[in-house]
Design a protein around this ligand. Structure first.
Ligand SMILES: Cc1cc2nc3c(=O)[nH]c(=O)nc-3n(C[C@H](O)[C@H](O)[C@H](O)COP(=O)(O)OP(=O)(O)OC[C@H]3O[C@@H](n4cnc5c(N)ncnc54)[C@H](O)[C@@H]3O)c2cc1C
Length: 362
């Protein structure tokens, strides 16, 4: 059996190893912290090594610094439905108008976060600060590319690297990484959703509501027709995320928290926009866009008709998520110790965990 990893920091949970295995010997299963890891069925494993060859851990990360832009989409409705300035939507619309497909993270009916491929991007809009499941998506993208369809993929940088390793070079594939400080536990998310809904029906959840001009630092959700609106620091799941307590182990040593990446584009929030473009400093959100290839630059050029776009000096200081990985604290260890104990029915409840680690005064 090939060892896929010896230490949990050494697995991004992208699932590309399971997808490429010709014998379906690898399955992704959640650990006690609620994150997916690959498990190999030794009886089925033929030791072909394909899983190791596509694993993004250890892939060489070589890329250009790229050109930096501030972007805000012109369509007010789209801007309000986007986490920052709507860069994703204008890029996606341009690809769709040319007959291509878009792949991004969406909630399914049970509010699990999964990547989907298609031409309806409404469910892909807005950040979900939970690790997304990519099961089946690599081969779907490969099939679309084989039909000569252009595909715009958006995901965390580690997911982008996994896809790049799986597909290889393809002119029809445009890879866009989101700026990422880390992904929260999907298991903890499911327990939070169940706690929130209290047995009733959760109908909507938004991590970045734009009804107040505070750059989307508002959370909203709807349960049985009743809408609840909170600031991010009033919601326990978001407090744990913002304090970097609920992230995947590999996020704390992420090698992608840098500007030079081997992807066509990067999109994120343009934090500090007031220092450069006062006209965007109204709390309605501005996207940071970095282009690093001709493909990426061409797509942005075509998309700019839908957006206000400003190029920035190449030496501007960018946010921390492009310079350093998330800090790991002792509290993270304690949170997941309690969470694992809760899963073993020791009397610790999700209510207690959310209060202890997600209270805004914690
Ligand atoms: C887990 C996570 C961490 C982030 N951390 C930062 C950060 O530290 N700094 C920063 O500037 N920006 C960060 N972002 C990006 C930011 O929140 C916005 O997604 C980005 O600015 C794009 O916004 P938009 O207005 O263009 O469009 P939106 O419509 O809001 O775009 C959403 C895009 O994000 C993708 N996406 C949503 N959820 C996930 C997910 N769980 N996994 C993978 N892809 C997802 C969608 O596929 C889509 O492409 C993060 C996003 C996520 C999901």
């Amino acid at each position: 059996m090939p060892e896929l990893f010896t230490d949990k920091n050494q697995c991004f949970g992208c699932g590309v190893c399971a997808e490429i295995c010709p014998n379906k010997a690898i399955v992704m299963k959640a650990d006690a912290e609620g994150f997916l890891y690959p498990f190999i069925d030794q009886e089925k494993c033929v030791k072909c090594g394909l899983c190791k060859s596509v694993c993004p851990i250890g892939s060489e990360i070589k890329g250009k610094q790229g050109k930096i832009y501030a972007l805000r989409c012109k369509d007010e409705d789209l801007l309000s439905k986007s986490s920052s300035g709507g860069a994703f939507s204008v890029l996606a619309n341009t690809v769709l108008e040319a007959g291509g497909l878009v792949c991004g993270a969406a909630f399914d009916e049970a509010f699990h976060v999964r990547h989907v491929l298609g031409n309806d991007v409404s469910s892909m809009r807005k950040s979900k600060y939970v690790q997304s499941d990519l099961k089946g998506i690599y081969s779907e993208i490969k099939e679309a590319l084989a039909r000569d369809t252009v595909v715009l993929f958006t995901g965390t940088p580690c997911q982008c690297q996994a896809l790049k390793n799986y597909i290889g070079e393809d002119d029809n594939l445009i890879i866009t990484a989101i700026v990422c400080r880390g992904v929260a536990s999907p298991g903890l998310w499911v327990d939070y959703v169940n706690w929130l809904s209290g047995g009733e029906k959760l109908e909507e959840y938004c991590f970045r509501d734009k009804r107040v001009n505070n750059n989307g630092h508002t959370v909203s959700y709807k349960i049985n027709g009743k809408e609840i609106v909170l600031t991010m620091d009033q919601d326990p799941f978001n407090v744990m995320y913002l304090r970097c307590l609920s992230l995947r182990p590999s996020c704390y040593t992420c090698p992608y928290t840098r500007r030079e990446l081997p992807f066509d584009l990067t999109i994120g929030d343009f934090w500090g926009v007031e220092k450069h473009f006062k006209e965007f400093a109204d709390g309605r959100g501005t996207s940071l866009v970095i282009t690093r290839s001709e493909k990426g630059e061409r797509l942005l050029e075509e998309a700019r008709k839908e957006a206000d776009l400003k190029q920035c000096p190449s030496d501007i200081e960018l946010q921390e998520a492009l310079r350093a990985s998330a800090p790991k604290s002792m509290l993270r260890k304690l949170l997941f110790k309690d969470y694992s104990a809760m899963k073993n029915s020791t009397g610790i409840s999700i209510d207690l965990i959310l209060k202890k680690y997600g209270g805004n005064k914690a």
